[in-house]
Design a binder for this molecule. Structure first.
Ligand code: ADP
Length: 297
């Protein structure tokens, strides 16, 4: 039989699925080719990471994906934050459930975005996901391999916090990654974790697109003045210490939280506010960064 040269979609001679690895069984190779056939149709893949939960990682992922879609790009948003899938709520899609056809699973289409979340698997949003590691891995893999993403300019992935098994598998499965955006809050306890996230990316050869410091100061809804609640500048200092780009500081703004809870994406619905303008500048830097700007390459 003629040797396969690439995965089933790209025809690119440099495709990583071109050859079977020595330590790989035919079944494993077939799986990898199938995964690569999906990934080769996606031009840019960005993951959003954080050292801790609750720092605004999903908020950044949702606003980034939406801003890309508003620029007329075809965008997928994959939420694999297994224990806290908040993307459905942030997009007002809590009542959506997983749909499929013989070709695979169908992402939920939302204003130019294709969305897939573990939240769509839950019968009730209050259900807790109690899965052992292999089960989580197999669902993550299925969301990459069996979802009909089609041709995308960008896939933005909201990854579980920390540097454990799940972020590791995502970085190993999605090859090549354009890079990671790391979200943190300003205080020292979060800083320690963000250093770990940067080291994690370095160990795995994932470019760090930059650090975002979220909840940096509080914007008073009455007067618009900013009060520093948490100590300032932790994210910026780490970015400088570890020689990665600092993308900016987003204040703690009640309007961000209101938007998230009501399923109205902040950069779109509150686009004229000072906080949305800061967020948009951060997103522009991510889009313009060296790794992702060659959109049509
Ligand atoms: P993570 O994904 O890191 O767990 P989320 O993005 O889910 O964090 O954010 C946690 C909560 O904080 C959400 O209710 C979200 O709306 C809120 N939030 C995030 N960023 C801000 C901000 N800058 N100002 C106010 N609330 C925010």
């Amino acid at each position: 039989m003629e040797e396969k040269k690439t995965c089933d979609s790209c025809g690119d001679n440099s495709c990583s699925a071109k050859n079977q690895n020595k330590d790989e069984s035919p079944e494993e190779y077939a799986d990898r080719r199938k995964l690569q056939a999906t990934l080769c149709r996606i031009k840019h893949k960005i993951i959003v990471l954080s050292g801790k939960g609750g720092v605004g990682k999903s908020t950044v992922a949702v606003n980034l994906a939406t801003a890309l879609a508003l620029n007329g790009l075809s965008v997928g948003l994959l939420d694999v934050d297994i224990h806290g899938p908040s993307v459905p709520t942030m997009l007002g899609l809590e009542n959506e459930h997983l749909q499929g056809n013989p070709g695979g699973l169908l992402p939920v289409e939302f204003g130019g975005l294709k969305v897939m979340s573990l939240g769509f698997l839950l019968q009730n949003p209050d259900d807790a996901v109690i899965w052992r590691g292999p089960m989580k891995m197999s669902v993550i893999k299925q969301f990459l391999t069996d979802v009909q993403w089609g041709d995308l300019d960008y896939l933005v992935v909201d990854v579980p916090p920390g540097t454990g098994d799940e972020p590791l598998s995502i970085c190993q499965l999605i090859q090549p990654l354009d890079g990671a955006v790391i979200v943190t809050t300003p205080q020292k306890v979060a800083a320690v974790d963000v250093r770990k996230s940067i080291s994690f990316c370095r160990r795995l050869d994932v470019p760090v697109l930059g650090v975002v410091e979220n909840m940096s100061g509080f914007v008073c809804p009455k007067c618009g003045g900013v009060t520093q609640i948490l100590p300032e500048g932790g994210g910026k200092k780490i970015a400088s210490d570890m020689n990665v780009p600092f993308l900016g500081a987003i204040p703690m703004d009640p309007a961000v939280s209101r938007s998230g809870d009501s399923g109205k994406v902040f950069v779109y619905h509150e686009s004229k506010t000072p906080t949305a303008i800061i967020m948009q500048k951060i997103i522009d830097q991510i889009i313009d960064s060296d790794k992702t700007k060659k959109l049509n390459s």
